[in-house]
Unconditional design. Structure first.
Ligand SMILES: Nc1ncnc2c1ncn2[C@@H]1O[C@H](COP(=O)(O)OP(=O)(O)OP(=O)(O)O)[C@@H](O)[C@H]1O
Length: 260
């Protein structure tokens, strides 16, 4: 095939273009909804100024930006090390892992309702595409089916594993008493306690759906994509779980509606 200005375009060129397009799309899916998205925008602006400086022959500016770019690349790798690791894990992860069953999600919602009613604090992360193994490793490994009494027993005051977060993979509780990373990238959630900030922090670094029952307020909220959603009643929680976990396929993480 002959294209004006470009000359002959063969099947190999088309394959090349398709692969690059797929790579850019996958890269976009990896960063969208994470804190890295603003940095990516910044990099594009930086690159634009650098290219403009080169085209205009502004030698000092383009040399300066070129050097800063090299140093910046290493700084970014250090700064976004957790996100990069999670992204690589996601790429290498085998497809077709066990999905959360509808019954497990119903039990989860019911357990959260009961815990919140009795003002018992709870923090539960549901794994989606980003593996939560490194956070599960900070707690006590378990392998139990999700059930209302089990979750209630885990978070009961004075229970040995009530402190920290629980991690769910598919329909199983795989760890309890886990340490989640505290949210700290901006001051938006400074007024919240550590349970909420740990939930938001984990949701910022991964695509997990994090459920938080507040001991103080008896409320249930979801943290997703680094944002804390509004108070939910039982029906709303079930609907959100269905949409965010059961129906979740390849969609990128979306912020929860009605953010605070
Ligand atoms: N990094 C962390 N990872 C997991 N869980 C944590 C972490 N930090 C604190 N927690 C949990 O949060 C509890 C303290 O909650 P705190 O009262 O400070 O938070 P809060 O957001 O105000 O929640 P609540 O509304 O339930 O009181 C701890 O006992 C512990 O179980």
């Amino acid at each position: 095939m002959n294209l004006p200005f470009l000359g002959p375009v063969g099947a190999r060129d088309l394959l090349d273009i398709l692969l690059v397009a797929a790579l850019i799309y996958q890269g976009y899916k990896l960063v969208v909804g994470t804190r890295a998205v603003n940095v990516v925008r910044g990099i594009f602006v930086f690159a634009g100024v650098w290219v403009a400086a080169q085209l205009l022959g502004l030698v000092t500016l383009s040399t300066l930006l070129g050097r800063a770019g090299t140093v910046g690349l290493f700084a970014l790798i250090v700064l976004f090390q957790p996100e990069l690791r999670a992204a690589l894990e996601r790429i290498g992860r085998p497809r077709g892992r066990e999905a959360s069953s509808g019954a497990a999600l119903q039990d989860l919602a019911r357990a959260l309702e009961r815990l919140a009613e009795r003002k018992t604090g709870a923090l539960i992360a549901i794994e989606r595409r980003t593996p939560l193994g490194e956070y599960a490793a900070t707690g006590v490994p378990l392998d139990a089916l999700v059930s209302v009494p089990f979750l209630e027993a885990l978070f009961a005051r004075n229970a040995p594993l009530h402190d920290g977060g629980v991690i769910i993979q598919g329909s199983r509780v795989v760890a309890a008493g886990c340490l989640f990373p505290l949210q700290q990238s901006d001051g938006t959630y400074r007024r919240y306690g550590t349970r909420h900030r740990a939930g938001i922090g984990l949701s910022e670094l991964t695509d997990a759906v994090v459920l938080i029952a507040s001991e103080e307020r008896g409320s249930i909220r979801i943290a997703l994509g680094g944002r804390l959603g509004p108070d939910l009643n039982g029906t709303e929680l079930r609907d959100q779980l269905r949409a965010l976990v059961y129906d979740y396929e390849d969609a990128p993480p979306q912020p929860v509606g009605g953010l605070v």
